[in-house]
Design a protein around this ligand. Structure first.
Ligand SMILES: C[S@@+](CC[C@H](N)C(=O)[O-])C[C@H]1O[C@@H](n2cnc3c(N)ncnc32)[C@H](O)[C@@H]1O
Length: 325
């Protein structure tokens, strides 16, 4: 299977490059992310998809997502005409977006070829142990694995090897060509790259919006070989506070946890109540109260959030001074 995959991938690129395909009229609805990431913030789109594009149109700023994962929110903003900067320390996840952006039809056809080779557990395990040579093939493998893995998880061991078991039949669905094309269109003016959060947050300045969704302490953090520590959580808050001081709008999602809250005393706190998020063990899901910290609560549409949560959340004032530029 391993050798077959390699041959098919190369052939696919030759065949796929001849494919001509006319894109449909694309709507400004948030595109469906290509991977179903546990912890996806797609549910936040209604609360931000009107306010933020309007704000960025005025400031001519960019929307930064430095813990992008499936980039649910950046796709939502990109479809509404915002310039986006999308990064994540997980290079595989960023390769998926980069391939979809650059050549959606080729990418979809290459994925189709992998799927045609088989999607049973043995095929999945063969793909899991296979290391494609090109970034394009790595992107195809990544999407194939992410769509077949248990609960759509992307988890790696300490050497960076993907190690999620095979998923249930119900999750074995692959994006349509239209879905890949919609993602590509939403990424048209996007910068997509793999980086640690510090590099991307440091670029945000006056008029920009930074949406940060770091791994939640005490839950699943093995997205990358390095994991995500208390120190990383504290450092994220320091970088975000500096960005706020430079004049960026900062919106952070977090567990409602005093160990995190202590780093965001300079921000408004929007308590979201209990939500299901992914647990440390792939087999379990836990319920945590979550929060949004921000220096600009007016950009969060509380009515839209309330409709989703079944209760309008309350905004708590910052305990310290909100940074100003
Ligand atoms: C909760 S997920 C983000 C999910 C995303 N909001 C979505 O809608 O799909 C957290 C992300 O942070 C990334 N990450 C972990 N450590 C990082 C680091 N040091 N720098 C940048 N990204 C990191 C993980 O790879 C993961 O994709």
């Amino acid at each position: 299977m391993t050798d077959d995959l390699e041959v098919v991938t190369e052939t696919t690129q030759l065949v796929a490059s001849k494919v001509s395909w006319f894109p449909p009229a694309l709507s400004t609805d948030p595109p469906t992310p290509l991977i179903k990431m546990p912890g996806s913030k797609r549910w936040l789109c209604p609360a931000l998809q009107h306010t933020i594009p309007k704000y960025l149109a005025q400031t001519e700023g960019r929307f930064f997502e430095p813990f992008a994962g499936s980039a649910a929110l950046a796709l939502c903003m990109g479809a509404r005409g915002c310039k986006t900067v999308i990064s994540d320390a997980n290079a595989d996840l960023m390769r998926i977006l980069a391939a979809a952006k650059a050549s959606p039809a080729d990418y979809w056809h290459a994925l189709e070829q992998w799927v045609a080779q088989g999607i049973e557990e043995a095929d999945y395990l063969a793909a899991r142990g296979f290391a494609p040579a090109t970034a394009f093939s790595q992107a195809v493998r990544a999407l194939y694995l992410a769509r077949l893995s248990f609960n759509g998880l992307w988890r790696v061991n300490s050497s960076g090897g993907f190690n999620v078991p095979y998923g249930k039949a119900a999750t074995r669905a692959f994006p349509s060509l239209e879905a890949v094309y919609a993602v590509s269109k939403a990424l048209e003016t996007a910068e997509v790259y793999s980086a640690n959060f510090q590099q991307t947050i440091a670029q945000a300045g006056p008029g920009d919006v930074l949406f940060a969704d770091p791994p939640y302490l005490g839950t699943f953090t093995a997205y990358t070989a390095a994991g995500f520590t208390e120190l990383d959580t504290a450092e994220t808050a320091v970088y975000l506070k500096q960005a706020a001081k430079r004049g960026a709008v900062v919106i952070v999602t977090s567990p409602q946890d005093p160990a995190v809250a202590v780093h965001y005393e300079w921000a408004y706190n929007i308590a979201l109540g209990k939500r299901h998020i992914v647990a440390a063990k792939a087999e379990a899901r836990v319920t945590y109260p979550e929060a949004i910290y921000t220096n600009e609560p007016d950009l969060v549409d509380l009515a839209a959030l309330g409709a989703y949560l079944d209760a309008t959340p309350v905004v708590d004032e910052p305990e310290g001074n909100v940074p100003t530029d």
